[in-house]
Design a protein around this ligand. Structure first.
Ligand code: ATP
Ligand code: MG
Length: 392
């Protein structure tokens, strides 16, 4: 019954001269999201609004689900669109709309009319009054409340007449593609997919890197990361996932360095390699799922030690979050159940019983000197043998 979806956007409306860039990005992301939905859609902007016209027979539920994942959208209003055949006919259309949209008809309401077509012969106040009267006649248990109505019925007079009352919440944020690109260090855990989601919500495109340690980590562990990338891609757009074979580097560190420093040293090499790919794919920053104090490798001192090897910024959107807060978001974005599948990740295999919690940079650097013979070559090989998977 809805022929058009009216898209409301918030934050991006205030971007002054750049506004059209944001709107164009939003239109592009909406088209991208609707591409997989059954049906034909025509997305366009008009007078500070974005519409998706829907050809008959489209899958309404799928379309709404897809749009709920487009950052920048604050609300989705399903619109009944009718030809303008006079005010009397419009009264009938409004009643039909209420019958089809709601099961009960006893709520308070208000009619808000917007006359975008100024040549319409009746002014907006009068249109609202006439329609309000028709509603009261048809549904005697409904009543007008202009201050806090339960139901706000919007009528817009354009080339055609648009009628809507529901605003389905969108995810907010800013359209992907309006705020640069970042490289996400994506593990199979709970945190990093959430971190990717949060950065992408601010309009950032993503690529990702996963450090794989076969045979210590299985194909299924890798598949889990590919699946997680897929869930994030539904929000963030296509992700180029770099799967790095990290085994030889890990074994070499394990062989040469004190075991309580393993995690930190390993992390430093992950960051270096991630930064290499960030440069290759024109990413401006790295993103991790680290949260201050969550584990030994995420104390202030550990983060400083890992960060030291990077020259580009490292964003940690979860830095101040408790685990439960992260889990709540993981549920909301549908990554949780995949994240908790019980496949080992490479860090769990090489962790020491008592890792350092306050690594001293000089000590770490000294330990890393023990790697000088082979490490450059191993890093080079890891980079050269990296598999890139396009996840959409
Ligand atoms: P997550 O739930 O994201 O795995 P975590 O709580 O398990 O996080 P760590 O394992 O200490 O924390 O990892 C911290 C961050 O380092 C991760 O959020 C992720 O960004 C990155 N990371 C860890 N392991 C890998 C890996 N194998 N591949 C890519 N990135 C990784
Ligand atoms: Mg992890």
């Amino acid at each position: 019954m809805y022929q058009t979806l009216l898209i409301k956007y918030g934050e991006i409306a205030i971007k002054g001269k750049n506004r059209h860039l944001f709107e164009d990005a939003l239109v592009r992301q909406i088209c991208h999201a609707l591409r997989r939905v059954e049906g034909e859609f025509h997305v366009y902007k008009e007078q500070g609004r974005i519409y998706a016209d829907c050809e008959p027979g489209y899958d309404y539920d799928e379309a709404i689900e897809a749009l709920k994942k487009v950052f920048g959208i604050v609300g989705i209003c399903p619109v009944m669109k009718r030809e303008d055949e006079g005010l009397d006919k419009l009264g009938g259309d409004v009643i039909e709309f209420l019958r089809q949209t709601y099961d009960r008809h006893d709520q308070s309401f208000k009619v808000v009319t917007r006359r975008a077509r100024k040549s319409y012969p009746v002014d907006s106040m009068e249109v609202s009054a006439v329609l309000g009267g028709r509603i009261l006649e048809a549904f005697p248990e409904m009543h007008v409340d202009v201050h806090e109505p339960e139901l706000m019925l919007h009528v817009e007079i354009r080339g055609q007449i648009y009628i809507y009352s529901q605003i389905i919440p969108g995810p907010g944020g800013m359209p992907v593609g309006t705020n640069g690109k970042a490289m996400l260090l994506l593990s199979g855990g709970i945190d990093s997919p959430v971190a990717g989601y949060m950065i992408s919500k601010r309009g950032v495109e993503l690529d990702a890197v996963y450090f794989h340690a076969p045979p210590y980590t299985s194909e299924r562990a890798k598949q889990k990361v590919v699946d997680l990338a897929g869930i994030i891609a539904a929000y963030a757009g296509p992700i180029r996932l770099h799967v790095v074979n990290f085994t030889d580097i890990q074994l070499y560190i394990y062989d040469k360095c004190p075991h309580d420093e393993l995690t930190i040293i390993m992390r430093r090499y992950m960051m270096k390699i991630a930064e290499h790919f960030a440069g290759e794919t024109k990413c401006h920053a790295l993103v991790t799922g680290e949260s201050l104090g969550q584990v030994a490798s995420q104390t202030m001192q550990s983060l400083v030690a890992t960060n030291e090897v990077c020259t580009i910024p490292v964003f940690r959107p979860l830095i101040g979050f408790d685990k439960q807060e992260i889990v709540d978001i993981a549920w909301k974005i549908d990554t949780f159940e995949t994240s908790i599948l019980p496949f080992e990740d490479c860090c769990t295999i090489f962790v020491a019983k008592h890792p350092v919690t306050k690594p001293n940079l000089n000590v770490i650097r000294r330990s890393e000197k023990k790697l000088s013979e082979k490490i450059d070559e191993l890093v080079q090989t890891a980079i050269e043998t990296t598999e890139v998977i396009l996840v959409e």
